[in-house]
Design a protein around this ligand. Structure first.
Ligand SMILES: C[S@@+](CC[C@H](N)C(=O)[O-])C[C@H]1O[C@@H](n2cnc3c(N)ncnc32)[C@H](O)[C@@H]1O
Ligand SMILES: [Zn+2]
Length: 269
């Protein structure tokens, strides 16, 4: 965790600001092992291997808990599986991930949040779109984030990652120039709350971009059930759950109709 991120993070319990009360391992401006304490409620959060755990684990229930366990187990094999699938289905990662990145309206110096960042597989593609970006990523799966840290180190990409729940994010209001999500919302326990959180942490005027599978995805709900995953209530864009105040709502299909891209904007105040 970067020391500078202390200004961005908020307590998942009460949205208070943190202070650092213990550091066991620090490398330049990065805390590898340590403890944060909320100045408002006194709640503590551990930083382990550079990743702060900013999550109310006892509130992680239903399909969020099932997917958290699933992705914790799957983290070592996810990257090669997705790479293989995107080559066979869409002609490779540039076509699959790069095509999504073109929707994001990024500008150099933007502070960007990927909600459900996983192993950071989208970062190499958004980085090529504009110069320097201040990257933040949140995910519910600790093991997936550890894989993400390894990946960005190898790719020489700088990003600040934390463990958190999309429906209760540890960031202040109006924090990011761009907020995006790809690939998890179909399985969220509370999609409406997660979309509300993406809207809350976006700065006024910012674009929020959300993408996941449509009904046309080659694998079916039944196949998910077979591998022990909770089957999705429904696939497709949750247009009806976008916050009412949002403007410029758009919906497109990509990846040969197997994924949707849903965009909306937080209005300028
Ligand atoms: C299919 S992966 C996509 C990862 C990454 N966005 C990508 O494009 O490679 C779905 C991700 O959603 C995360 N996830 C699932 N439920 C979540 C929740 N409630 N809050 C935050 N992340 C969640 C999983 O841990 C997993 O990393
Ligand atoms: Zn607190």
């Amino acid at each position: 965790m970067k020391l500078s991120a202390l200004n961005i993070y908020t307590c998942p319990e009460c949205k208070g600001k943190f202070e650092i009360i213990k550091t066991d391992s620090v490398k330049k401006h990065d805390i590898l092992e340590g403890t944060l304490k909320c100045k408002a409620c006194g709640g503590q959060a551990a930083i382990h291997k550079g990743i702060p755990a900013l999550i109310n684990q006892r509130n992680v229930k239903g399909s969020d808990l099932k997917f958290q366990k699933f992705y914790d187990r799957m983290s070592p094999v996810y990257d090669p599986i997705v790479k293989f699938a995107s080559r066979i289905l869409f002609g490779g990662d540039i076509a699959f991930r790069g095509e999504f990145a073109r929707h994001l309206e990024l500008k150099p110096q933007d502070r960007v949040l990927e909600v459900s960042v996983g192993s950071c597989g989208n970062y190499p593609y958004i980085g090529t779109f504009s110069g320097h970006l201040e990257l933040f990523g949140l995910d519910i799966s600790k093991n997936f984030l550890k894989q993400g840290l390894k990946n960005i180190k190898r790719w020489k990409i700088d990003a600040e990652l934390c463990q958190g729940n999309a429906d209760d994010m540890p960031y202040g209001d109006n924090s990011f120039d761009c907020v995006f999500h790809k690939g998890g919302i179909n399985g969220f326990s509370d999609k409406s709350k997660a979309l509300g959180e993406m809207f809350r942490v976006a700065k006024p005027g910012s674009l929020i971009t959300v993408s996941d599978e449509t009904e046309n995805m080659f694998y079916t709900k039944k196949q998910f059930k077979k591998v022990g995953l909770p089957s999705f209530e429904e696939l497709g864009a949750p247009l009806d759950l976008i916050p009412e105040e949002a403007v410029d709502v758009e919906l497109e299909q990509t990846a040969q109709g197997m994924m949707y891209v849903m965009k909306f904007r937080k209005p300028l105040e």
